[in-house]
Design a protein around this ligand. Structure first.
Ligand code: BGC
Length: 363
């Protein structure tokens, strides 16, 4: 993590960059016009354009950074760890003075971030924690355990597991193992569901329960669909009813919905999701996805931009968690925003009335 010596030298660099020798540094940084060549550049490294959310996150971050007078240098890595390493390396070469990174692979950035650290470039891990490096200054995310916990609780309550005296069939999907968040989503959900599986109230016909056995590489829709197709052909061909599918996010939920749409004739299962992508909101309105997790990424972007501004100006970013996120090298101070449950009943209020989506987008 940044030593005060490093912070001072970042401040000195900004002071020079802003070209305002007689002005206080903070004023010089915040008053820059992002359109000007002199504006301090912040690299935004996003995992992929394939998910709606990362495109939105990048735009929100750009807006928030520009409000503070910074210029944004956005790159998407096509979900490829090596591409992301080379993009971050180029950001450093091209003079970006701070980095906001939503990593593709939580474990692959320690090398390139050593360079950032050597050059006194502050790093904010965005949404996903970056592991095994002391170059990360802070972490802006949602409470990832709570995301899974809310998904598991939704299933528990909808099936009324504490009261109804019957068994239900469930299948479990988890996210990409290279994404540190995936573990938290899985653990949050399974802390709720496991006792019922152990008790025999929830049955997993495929027998696939561990995070490893249920992972969906790259969080990809068609990988999830292929997994659901296979499970169906092996365990549900005889008409066995599927009551619930734990899906960690919306892209995996889409894959499960696509699979079940063809030739599944049982009553429709409870399917969970996360991100409130517009395609999934449509399915929620049709009753095919029972719930979603809304993560207001506008708030996350405000927080990450504030962290960058604080770090570049020698201030300590404000955080609300200093215990949970140990990246293997140290505990990274984090600010965790709260995820909310969205359903067909409240999506209009939390997504449209809050201004997150325009009416036409989700009508
Ligand atoms: C994010 C989710 C997203 C998933 C796939 C996770 O790290 O927290 O919001 O759906 O990655 O991109």
């Amino acid at each position: 993590m940044r030593s005060s010596r490093k912070v001072l030298s970042v401040m000195a660099a900004l002071f020079l960059l802003a070209g305002c020798a007689s002005q206080p540094r903070e004023t010089a940084v915040t008053r820059s016009d992002p359109q000007e060549a002199s504006a301090v550049k912040v690299g935004i490294a996003m995992p992929t354009r394939d998910l709606q959310r990362w495109n939105q996150d990048a735009q929100h971050l750009k807006q928030e950074l520009e409000k503070l007078g910074y210029a944004a240098d956005i790159q998407f890595a096509g979900n490829d760890p090596d591409t992301q390493i080379s993009q971050i390396s180029k950001m450093i070469d091209s003079g970006d003075r701070a980095l906001i990174i939503a990593c593709v692979d939580s474990n692959s950035l320690s090398g390139v971030l050593e360079r950032a650290d050597d050059e006194d470039i502050p790093v904010v891990a965005y949404d996903r924690l970056i592991m095994d490096t002391d170059a990360v200054d802070c972490y802006a995310s949602f409470d990832n355990y709570l995301v899974g916990y809310k998904q598991g609780t939704f299933i528990k309550e909808k099936l009324d597991l504490d009261h109804l005296d019957r068994t239900y069939n469930i299948e479990i999907f988890s996210g990409d193992m290279a994404d540190n968040n995936s573990r938290y989503f899985y653990e949050g959900a399974m802390d709720v569901l496991s006792p019922y599986i152990e008790e025999g109230k929830l049955i997993v016909p495929s027998g696939k329960i561990s995070q490893e056995d249920t992972q969906v590489s790259g969080w990809e829709t068609f990988t999830a669909k292929a997994r659901m197709d296979e499970i169906r052909s092996m365990y549900y061909k005889d008409g066995t009813v599927l009551d619930a599918v734990l899906c960690p996010n919306d892209t995996t939920a889409l894959g499960v919905i696509y699979s079940l749409t063809v030739g599944y004739n049982g009553s429709w299962p409870i399917i969970t999701g996360q991100d409130c992508d517009t395609a999934n909101i449509s399915y929620m309105r049709e009753g095919k996805q029972a719930m979603d997790i809304f993560k207001d990424t506008r708030k996350l972007a405000v927080k990450a931009a504030e962290m960058i501004d604080d770090l570049l100006n020698g201030r300590e970013p404000s955080v609300n968690d200093t215990e949970t996120y140990d990246n293997g090298s140290e505990v990274i101070p984090a600010y965790l925003c709260e995820p909310m449950v969205a359903t067909a009943d409240n999506y209009w209020e939390i997504l449209v009335e809050s201004g997150y989506y325009n009416e036409e987008v989700v009508s």
